[in-house]
Write a protein that binds this ligand. Structure first.
Ligand code: ATP
Ligand code: MG
Length: 363
C-alpha cells in the first residue's frame, strides 16, 4: 500500500487559479476526507489524481512513483462519483462484472469475484435485478461494488452520498467505514458536508477557496483546535469575539471592547501570539453554559438578552445579544429539565465558558 502525495500542484481553468501550489500527503490505508466549500477544487483534485485532468505544474506521487503524467488505465485508482453512472440496461451482476470482462478474466473467476464484493456490500441475491428497480442506497452500493471489484490501490469517493436522504446517509456512512476497515484500501472521500467528513475520516484536511490546504488532522484535532477562523467557522459553528491579548501575572487574557477581560489558555504555541496583538476568541456554541442564575465555577462570565430560541428536539439554540450589540449562539443539550430555569425570549441571562474552551485565532 502506498501513500499519495501532491507536491506544489497548480491547476487553473480559463485563467482562473483553482489549486495553487497545493501540498498534501494522504497516508496509505486510511479513510481520508477532503472537506471544502463548493467550488474550491475538490473534484478537480480527484480528477488530477485519477488522470482525467493534467496539472499545470507540480507532481503527484503514488508511493515513490511519479504518476503525474501516467495514463488513466495504468493507475490503480477507481472513482465513485456523485452520479453513480451505472449502466441502466445491464443487471447488477453485469454492472459489477464490467471491468473484469474488459480484462478478459475467466468466467468462473468473474463469478467468484463479483459474488464476493456483492456479499461485502450486502447485495447478495440482487445479481439479476435491473438497476432501475433498485433504491438509491442500493444503487450506491452497486457503484461501490463496481469500484472495488478490481482491487484498486486507492478508491476516490466524490460526494457519493449526495443523492441519499439523511437517515440512509448515516447508515451508508457506517457501511463505508466498515468496508474500508475490511479492505484496508486508501479511501479518499471528498465532501462539502462537515458532518460526513467528521464521521468517516481517520484524518481529514480542509481545502480553502484560495486553492490551498488550510489544515490537516484527525476530526477531533480539527474540531477542537481549528487553526484558522475559516476552519473554525467551516467545521461546526463558532462564535468570534475580537480583542487584544494581555498578560497579567503569567495569565493570558483577552480584552474585548465594552465587554471586559476574559481568561484564555492555549496548549498550542503560535508565533503571532504576543501581548498586544489583535485576535479573535473562538468559542463553540456548545461550550457556553447559559443560566438565569449566577454561578461561580467558570473562568469567564458574560451577560446578555435572549433574542431568539430555536428548539431542535435533542438540543435548543439560544441567540443572545451582548452589551456591545453582538450576538452569541449557545447550544444547550435537552437532557434534563429544570422548570425553574425555563429561559424565555427577552430574558436576561448569564453566559459562562471555560478558558480551555477558547480557541485563539489570528486576526
Ligand atoms: N473542466 C473545467 N473547465 C472549466 N472550469 C472548470 C472545469 N472543472 C472545474 N472548473 C471550475 O473549477 C472550480 C472548482 O471546481 P470543482 O468541481 O473542483 O469544485 P468542487 O470543490 O468539487 O465543488 P463542489 O463542492 O460544488 O462539487 C469551479 O469554479 C469550476 O467551475
Ligand atoms: Mg465537486
Amino acid at each position: 500500500m502506498r501513500q499519495i502525495r501532491f507536491e506544489n500542484v497548480t491547476k487553473s481553468f480559463d485563467g482562473e487559479l483553482i489549486l495553487n501550489k497545493l501540498n498534501l500527503t494522504i497516508p496509505a490505508g486510511q479513510f481520508f476526507a477532503l472537506l471544502g466549500p463548493s467550488g474550491c477544487g475538490k473534484t478537480t483534485l480527484l480528477r488530477l489524481l485519477a488522470g482525467f485532468e493534467t496539472v499545470d505544474s507540480g507532481k503527484i506521487y503514488l508511493g515513490d512513483q511519479d504518476i503525474t503524467y501516467e495514463p488513466i488505465y495504468k493507475r490503480k485508482i477507481n472513482t465513485v462519483f456523485q452520479q453513480y453512472a451505472l449502466f441502466p440496461h445491464l443487471s447488477v451482476f453485469e454492472n459489477v462484472a464490467y471491468s473484469l470482462r474488459l480484462k478478459k478474466l475467466k468466467e468462473n473467476v468473474i463469478l467468484e469475484k463479483v459474488n464476493d464484493v456483492l456479499k461485502t456490500v450486502r447485495l447478495l441475491g440482487f445479481q439479476s435485478k435491473s438497476i432501475n428497480s433498485l433504491s438509491g442506497g442500493q444503487q450506491q452500493r452497486v457503484a461501490l461494488a463496481r469500484a472495488i471489484v478490481s482491487e484498486p490501490d486507492v478508491l476516490l469517493l466524490d460526494e457519493p452520498l449526495a443523492a441519499l436522504d439523511p437517515r440512509l446517509k448515516e447508515k451508508v456512512l457506517i457501511d463505508l467505514i466498515n468496508l474500508q476497515d475490511k479492505l484496508k484500501t486508501t479511501f479518499l472521500y471528498v465532501t462539502h458536508d462537515q458532518f460526513e467528513a467528521l464521521t468517516v475520516a481517520d484524518q481529514m484536511s480542509i481545502l480553502n477557496l484560495e486553492g490551498n490546504i488550510e489544515q490537516m488532522g484527525t476530526p477531533k484535532e480539527i474540531y477542537e483546535f481549528p487553526a484558522s477562523k475559516f476552519v473554525a467557522s467551516f467545521v461546526g459553528s463558532t462564535n468570534f469575539l475580537e480583542g487584544v491579548l494581555r498578560v497579567q501575572d503569567d495569565k493570558m487574557l483577552v480584552e474585548v471592547e465594552e465587554l471586559g477581560r476574559f481568561f484564555v489558555f492555549t496548549p498550542i504555541k503560535k508565533d503571532w501570539l504576543i501581548p498586544g496583538c489583535r485576535l479573535f476568541m473562538g468559542i463553540r456554541p456548545e461550550k457556553i453554559f447559559i443560566s438565569k442564575k449566577e454561578i461561580t465555577e467558570f473562568s469567564n462570565h458574560l451577560v446578555g438578552k435572549v433574542n431568539n430560541i430555536i428548539y431542535y428536539g435533542r438540543s435548543t439554540q439560544y441567540d443572545v445579544r451582548l452589551r456591545n450589540g453582538k450576538m452569541l449562539t449557545v447550544f444547550e443539550q435537552n437532557e434534563e429539565h429544570f422548570p425553574q430555569q425555563e429561559i424565555d425570549y427577552y430574558d436576561q441571562v448569564n453566559l459562562y465558558f471555560q478558558k480551555e474552551n477558547v480557541t485563539l485565532l489570528d486576526h
